[in-house]
Design a protein around this ligand. Structure first.
Ligand SMILES: [Zn+2]
Length: 258
């Protein structure tokens, strides 16, 4: 009898340096709940990153999505040019990371932060690490690269839908996956409104986003491994729920010094 996990694979890329982010864990004993684990989740468009983070949501865990922490005018500028594909400048990213992590660090209810679709480039890896390493003790970092075969990516991009009523996006470009009603695949199961495809899933934009991912992925991986942080690859081809089940125990064990 097959379990949904049968075809899922874990692969941990080798560590290349001796810097061991786990060493700070000992100094954490006796502290109140504090930010102890940061999980950057990156991967090609439509691989299931947002769904995965939503499945893993629980008390004490927060989800960071960059575009929710940048000024509306910056978002609007990224949308006006399809060539920019949502690219956000370094200063804005740096500011967003600093204020977000300082607030999370000071919030005793938060022990884990999942980064949905971040970092998106090698320089964003550097920015993230620089930000996290200013925190004392700095949290453990557990990057996950979500992988899916090309056919499944295309299929998911073609079928997933968003709701403009349930998700009030500042530039009217909602991203969060919705569940359609049981009677009508184009009706929102939550509010009954009309569903739409995601703007970035149009075949032309999707192809460009996929291409950009393939150009940047190696740099993102190297950004982590060169700093001694192992990247775990998680295959979501069969089911995203199954992948979430695989990841859940890892998250618990990594933040279990609480
Ligand atoms: Zn809705």
């Amino acid at each position: 009898m097959h379990t949904p996990h049968t075809h899922m694979s874990w692969r941990v890329l080798p560590r290349r340096s001796t810097l061991e982010p786990g060493h700070i864990r000992a100094s954490r004993k006796g502290l109140a709940v504090t930010l102890s684990l940061v999980v950057p989740i990156f991967g090609p468009p439509a691989a299931g990153k947002t769904t995965l983070t939503l499945r893993l949501q629980s008390p004490g865990r927060r989800i960071f999505r960059l575009r929710e922490h940048v000024p509306q005018e910056v978002l609007a500028a990224t949308a006006s040019s399809s060539g920019r594909l949502g690219w956000i400048d370094e200063f804005t990213v740096g500011d967003a990371l600093r204020s977000y992590f300082v607030a999370a660090y000071e919030d005793s209810d938060v022990h884990t932060i999942l980064l949905d679709n971040f970092p998106g480039s090698a320089s964003q890896v550097d920015q993230l690490l620089a930000t996290l390493w200013t925190l004392t003790p700095s949290p453990h970092i557990e990057p996950i690269e979500v992988l899916t075969d090309a056919r499944t990516l295309k299929q998911r991009a073609k079928t997933r839908k968003v709701c403009h009523r349930c998700e009030r996006d500042p530039i009217r470009d909602p991203r969060l996956p919705v569940v359609p009603s049981t009677e009508d695949p184009w009706q929102c199961g939550h509010c009954g409104g009309l569903l739409h495809p995601r703007r970035g899933d149009s075949p032309r934009l999707f192809k460009a986003r996929l291409q950009r991912y393939h150009q940047t992925a190696a740099g993102i991986r190297a950004g982590f491994t060169d700093s001694g942080i192992a990247v775990t690859q998680l295959d979501t081809t069969n089911t995203i729920d199954g992948a979430a089940d695989l990841l859940a125990p890892l998250l618990i064990s990594r933040s279990s010094s609480l």
